[in-house]
Design a protein around this ligand. Structure first.
Ligand code: HAM
Length: 410
């Protein structure tokens, strides 16, 4: 006996009944982001592995253990685990630094991470995201954050915004030394995992659930207290603009993101409507990434949010499926086929009964679909039935579509 075939672990089928909600989210994203001048971009699902190794950072969990990577001839390719590095790669490849800056882009697509699947965490998941490239103005940071808050609000997601600043790489390097020294001095109280990562990624210690580690981290030095004057000023201005926009946020100096490219502003949005995987979206500024990927020095700022998590947290009832204008019953012959085709060309939503149903079955199905009219061939003419009034009469074959277009009634 052959084994039952299933979608791979951590992946799922998007079924027809799921699409109303997803389409509504996509339309809302287009509306909110489009209104602010963001244009859509879509990069390939595959990239050269180097894009993420250099972009996301070799020491991150994503690059170390979550990428789907394979060799294609002499080249190493990876299913994209995130969208920022690919967008920056595209910005460089297409010379977008020559366009008016900042270049404002948004995207929606599938991403892949080999994570342990659980509620709200998948191996293939979907993100909607924005990237604004070419300006380091605090107004860009604030605008980008406001766009996420607006989109989530429109989708009915109640969320908390946490905000921090990581400063420049130099500030971070000095802080990293300071934090490493602090962690080493307290290493006997840390979890084994955190202890092992003191050299590689000491910042992740802030993320730990381990009680001893949490205690140590409560007294740890905070990067936010070490920012230089210009980074401090930048952060204060971002905050001031968010206040102007009436956006509420919590400054969280322990905020760490799972990607290495961030500089200055970082933020995350969480929702209590979700379980353990409470992160709905997150992002920040990445002023060194474009250069890291071989482009000219170009600041950038963006976010991405999980589609599954927005839909889980939002709980917006999906809209009803669009109703059918004309249902052509009792046969799949030339006349019926041509009638449905003609109706669609005239802009109607028309369905041909492809199930070979009896009259009774066809009327039932037409009702289920919310069809306004049902037509069937009857001798030389066509019977046309108004499903709302129950009225029925014979009309000439070539007047059916005109009758339906004219509706209601016959
Ligand atoms: P991220 O925080 O890794 O950031 O992912 C953003 C969002 O994607 C998360 O908040 C979560 O909603 C969703 N997500 C991530 N992993 C999974 C998963 N395994 N299953 C379901 N949902 C998931 C980034 O990806 C950055 N590229 C964001 C960014 C854009 N930063 C600057 N620009």
């Amino acid at each position: 006996m052959t084994e039952k075939l299933q979608a791979p672990r951590g992946t799922y089928d998007v079924l027809p009944e799921d699409f109303a909600a997803r389409t509504a989210l996509e339309a809302k994203a287009r509306e909110v982001l489009g209104a602010a001048g963001y244009e859509r971009i879509e990069t390939p699902a595959l990239e050269q592995t180097e894009v993420f190794a250099r972009g996301v950072g070799a020491s991150t969990d994503i690059v170390q253990k979550e990428m789907y990577t394979f060799d294609e001839g002499s080249e190493s390719l990876t299913l994209r685990p995130e969208g920022t590095a690919p967008v920056c790669r595209a910005y460089v490849e297409h010379g977008m630094h020559k366009l008016a800056q900042p270049v404002k882009l948004w995207y929606l697509g599938a991403y892949f991470r080999r994570e342990r699947p659980q509620a709200g965490r998948y191996r293939q998941f979907w993100q909607v995201g924005v990237e604004a490239l070419g300006s380091d103005e605090p107004a860009v940071d604030a605008e980008v954050v406001v766009l996420l808050v607006t989109l989530l609000g429109e989708m009915g997601v109640e969320a908390t915004l946490r905000l921090s600043s990581l400063g420049t790489p130099a500030t971070r390097a000095a802080y990293r030394d300071e934090l490493q020294a602090y962690l080493r001095a307290n290493s006997d109280r840390l979890s084994a995992e955190v202890r092992e990562r003191i050299d590689l990624n000491p910042l992740r210690a802030f993320d730990a659930d381990h009680p001893g580690t949490r205690e140590v981290m409560a007294g740890a030095p905070k990067l936010l207290d070490r920012l230089d004057a210009s980074d401090r000023e930048h952060f204060d201005e971002v905050r001031r603009l968010l206040d102007v926009a009436g956006v509420r946020y919590v400054v969280d100096p322990t905020l760490v993101r799972g990607l290495d490219y961030y500089t200055r502003t970082v933020f995350e949005v969480t929702s209590e409507q979700l379980g353990a995987q409470s992160g709905v979206g997150g992002g920040g500024r990445y002023d060194g990434l474009v250069e890291e990927l071989g482009g000219p020095p170009t600041p950038g700022m963006g976010w991405a949010a999980g589609i599954e998590r927005i839909l889980l947290a939002g709980g917006r009832a999906p809209g009803a499926a669009a109703p059918v204008d004309l249902y052509v019953a009792l046969g799949m012959g030339e006349t019926e086929f041509a009638l449905a085709h003609e109706a669609r060309r005239a802009g109607l939503r028309a369905q041909l009964d492809l199930g070979g149903r009896s009259m009774k079955g066809a009327l039932k199905q037409a009702n289920r679909l919310g069809a306004r009219y049902v037509a069937w061939v009857d001798g030389a003419g066509v019977q046309l039935r108004d499903m709302e009034s129950g009225e029925q009469r014979e009309v000439p074959r070539d007047e059916v579509v005109r009758n339906v277009l004219r509706g209601p009634g016959l």
